[in-house]
Write a protein that binds this ligand. Structure first.
Ligand SMILES: NC(=O)c1ccc[n+]([C@@H]2O[C@H](COP(=O)([O-])OP(=O)(O)OC[C@H]3O[C@@H](n4cnc5c(N)ncnc54)[C@H](O)[C@@H]3O)[C@@H](O)[C@H]2O)c1
Length: 233
């Protein structure tokens, strides 16, 4: 019922959020999913506080907005982790204080080294929980939060966390769909932050494509060339 690449679509009025006319639709489109999912995960799910430390694994369209959200919350240390160097470089523009190009045990090791062996207060798993959840969990401080924003295929039926580690460290593992807040609340709020210059939206658009070029858009996304590619009708 999304009607993604259509010029027109019929939706239930419950699925409509009114925006002001002067907001360009390419930017409005961004606050329909990835931006609230990421910003809201930091603000509303983890409730990051000023001075907190944060790890974001996978700084694509979703994770880059967790970085922005953590910055808006006043986090003092924001560690971005990705396998593509360009994403880590971009993440600095969105508020990341550190970039880590590592996976698995190396990721945990590097984050612990950056946090004096303690780990971060909030870790966000923004890609493939099957492989990134455990390293992120282990890079999280005792009593910290591990927030999963990434979607997993429904054929994946378990995540592996040693129960004793969970018990002893008292960490919270939580999910966050759409930033844990209503679109009616978040969309106007995010657009107001954009108007005040506190939220980057234009900078999220790396490239614009025509509908005929949509396959190139997907190829570029898979090749890690874009934060967001936008189809312009
Ligand atoms: N919670 C929500 O409401 C919500 C909203 C939007 C997207 N999502 C989900 O979030 C996930 C990410 O979406 P996206 O739009 O940001 O995708 P994306 O492709 O834009 O970004 C994914 C990023 O992860 C990086 N990456 C890939 N493998 C990695 C690894 N092993 N370790 C570290 N980084 C790695 C990629 O280089 C890329 O930068 C998807 O599962 C998507 O479905 C959830």
């Amino acid at each position: 019922m999304i009607g993604g690449f259509c010029e027109y679509t019929v939706v239930d009025q419950a699925s409509v959020v009114v925006i002001e006319r002067d907001i360009p639709l390419d930017l409005a489109g961004l606050v329909a999913c990835g931006v609230p999912a990421g910003v809201g995960a930091a603000r509303y799910r983890a409730r990051v506080k000023p001075g907190d430390s944060v790890l974001v694994v996978g700084v694509g369209g979703d994770g880059m907005n967790v970085v922005q959200g953590a910055r808006l919350c006043g986090a003092s240390q924001i560690i971005a982790a990705d396998i593509v160097q360009a994403k880590l470089d971009w993440a600095r523009d969105f508020g990341a204080t550190h970039g880590v190009k590592a996976e698995g045990e190396a990721l945990t090791r590097e984050v612990l080294a950056l946090t004096g062996g303690v780990g971060v207060q909030h870790a966000f798993v923004c890609i493939d929980p099957a492989t990134t959840l455990l390293p992120a969990f282990r890079a999280t401080a005792k009593a910290g939060n591990v927030v999963v924003t990434a979607i997993t295929p429904d054929t994946v039926t378990e995540i592996k966390i040693p129960p004793l580690e969970l018990f002893v460290t008292q960490k919270a593992i939580m999910g966050a769909v759409y930033g844990f807040a209503s679109p009616r609340l978040q969309i106007p709020e995010l657009l107001a932050l954009y108007r005040r210059g506190e939220l980057k939206l234009k900078e999220l658009i790396t490239q614009t494509y025509s509908l005929d070029d949509i396959n190139r858009g997907y190829a570029d996304l898979e090749a890690g060339k874009n934060i967001r590619g936008v189809i312009a009708f």
